[in-house]
Design a binder for this molecule. Sequence first.
Ligand SMILES: [Zn+2]
Length: 281
Amino acid sequence: MHEAIKPGQIIRVSDRVRRITAPNSGPMTGAGTNTYLVGQESIAVIDPGPADPSHIDAILAACGDKLRWILATHTHADHSPAAATLAETTGAVVMGNKLSHNDGFQDDSFAPEKSLAHDECWATEEFTLRALHTPGHVNNHLCFLVEQDGLLLTGDHIMQGSTVVIIPPHGNMKDYLQSLKLLLDYPLQALGPGHGQIIDNPVKEIEGLIEHRLKRETKVLSKLNNTGPVDLDRLTVQVYDDVDASLHPVARYSLWAHLLKLEQEGRARLDKDQWSLITND
Ligand SMILES: [Zn+2]
């Protein structure tokens, strides 16, 4: 198995990619945010992480004067804030996508010189990187495929060791499931998550995540059927009765995302704060 993650250590995770984990471990960030360094002669940093001085120093030390691009999978505060200082220090180009408005969870300091389209690629002599638009966790989310290594850097689209939180309205469960299915069209050998260890069985992992969400959706439908009209708080307790109550405030967001998906599909409705099933009889 993999060695435990220690912040600041440089770990080689594939032929072309190294990882440094930021010292920001916690309930929402696992062992900390993973920053990936792609290439050796011209380096792309993926998810520079929080603007923690020791983390920024570790990235600079690992890159020397070879840092060219700084990319963010998305703009949550644990993924992109170090971009500004790194760009200022090295002149590297910042790339990624911003959201139309801040829901309170976004890093306003992120100022990409270039936005990235789905399937956009660029290549150096060492590697080809492909950006994949993967909305769901949040709708500006990108994954990055290091093509020669078959390594997909997944940001918060897929985490190792915990389930991704979907916070509407920028987060969307229907999009999330579609973005998981989309990954199955690419030749993947491993996943490099934004939090946690390398995942070696990408297809099994992705199929398992889709199944997990659909199972939860089935439970939402069955609980809605039993309770009749119910508010989000009461339904959270029912649907997440297998999850520790301390996690219910977070689970509530994902439940809300499930309900919005069902509403979009004409299977559930909201009336004066009460959710209910739409039945066909
Ligand atoms: Zn995130």
